[in-house]
Design a protein around this ligand. Sequence first.
Ligand code: ADP
Ligand code: ZN
Length: 517
Amino acid sequence: MTSTIQQELLPLLKTHFGYDSFRPNQLEVMGDILSKKNVMAIMPTGGGKSLCFQLPALANEGTAVVVSPLIALMKDQVDALRANGVAAAYYNSSQPYEVQQEILRSLRQGELKLFYVAPESLYQFDSVFKDIHISLFAIDEAHCISSWGHDFRPAYTQLGTLKERFPNVPIMALTATADKTTQDDIVDQLSIPDADRHLASFDRPNLFLEVRPAQNRIKKIVDFLAQRPGESGIIYCLSRKNTEKIAERLCDSGFQAKAYHAGMTSEERSSVQEDFITDRIPIIVATIAFGMGIDKSNVRFVIHYNLPKNVEGYYQEIGRSGRDGLPAHALLFYSYGDVTLLRRFIADSDNAEVEYAKLERMQQFAEALSCRRIALLNYFGEPIYENCGNCDICKRPPKYFDGTLLTQKICSAVARLKENEAMGMVVDVLRGAQNAQVFDNGYQNVKTYGAVKEVSWLDLQQYVIQLLNQGILEINFREGSRIALTSSAKQVLFEGKQVRLAVLEKEKLKTKKEGKT
Ligand code: ADP
Ligand code: ZN
């Protein structure tokens, strides 16, 4: 199957794009769409998502419709396609009337292999699309359809009826940033629950992952930089004021650093950006406004002065270092004060509940007692269980004990609660708590009720968090942060897979948020 598709597509790849081979997952994604299957492709930026729909568009009869949120991006892609002799066009509301009419005409005539359209303009094409032959719908930046993603766009919700209106046209959803929950939501929103999911690896093995307590951050940063003279890096912080303050402090300590934030004029910003890209200024202290679209391969470190508000943001930001594949360092400073601060920001947002849950997951990552890479990749749904050897925990592991039996009990409780309850209830049931919620649900009759009485509430919660970080359990944010089992949990329950848990350090826990008793 794959090999016939490969034989069909390889010549097109060569003729139109000049490439000789496929990147990971490209062929699988194309194969699905050519067999008229719905498909979701999750690939890191630069992974080659566009080709996944461009090539099938050429191989198929009819026109591929590409929905994309960024006009500049559409234009770039269409220009590039045309330069390669592919009939492509894009449509948006800002084009002159005559241009729009000409595009419509060629669309009606079936002259286009690819038609790019902004989600806002899509409704205008309802009747046209019924009249022409559409080979596929490609939904770029598909996470925008989910309020669980990090960039929800109301216009995307229109795409929810595409499947119903065009049941025979396969849909391809593409994104570079969607955690497991967002992935689930995308396929639901697009009504393509059957979609094959292809997840390219998000692993960046050359990034050393480290988390340190935030006390004396500035001094720690100065020491860090002193060991890396001349190296290029980004320091992210939350407030504009801090970017300036820190840049100044670093300059005072003899480093060349500049601040960057959205409060500066666009000239100031481009000039700082230019200084960084051309290596005139090695260190940028910035808000998260910095970095998008910056293609600089030799960024050797990314420091988070403050805790990012979710793991998606963290991953994206650290991903700006080490693009050349050489070692790079991702250093995160963690303080409970930042958590409180971020929680205050979130209180005003429309989607507060989700954002709280995601922040909590970020916090759990920062507190991880097992390999950080395992925690990070499992969050994105990538099942990896080998210790990476390139994170602070792998380098300086805590003391572990054989937690297999405890893990079996926890997983069994999660299963018996039908993966229907949040962490608090799982812990309550395991400890045999006698409260109304437990009794109302009849959980005192569950077989694992009271199975871990001897462990304190807070400790047990910490063990559950460890299992989240080890990818044995996962949280379903969409369903009230319910705890669910992963395939790894099933190995623990049924195939005797061993689990190591970290011995908890009592002093550390006391500073954590209050737990129940
Ligand atoms: P994404 O949308 O995933 O960020 P793009 O589709 O823009 O990535 O592709 C990134 C770059 O990789 C582009 O320059 C593209 O031409 C190139 N590319 C894509 N597929 C291949 C391939 N099979 N072989 C070589 N280069 C490729
Ligand atoms: Zn590790």
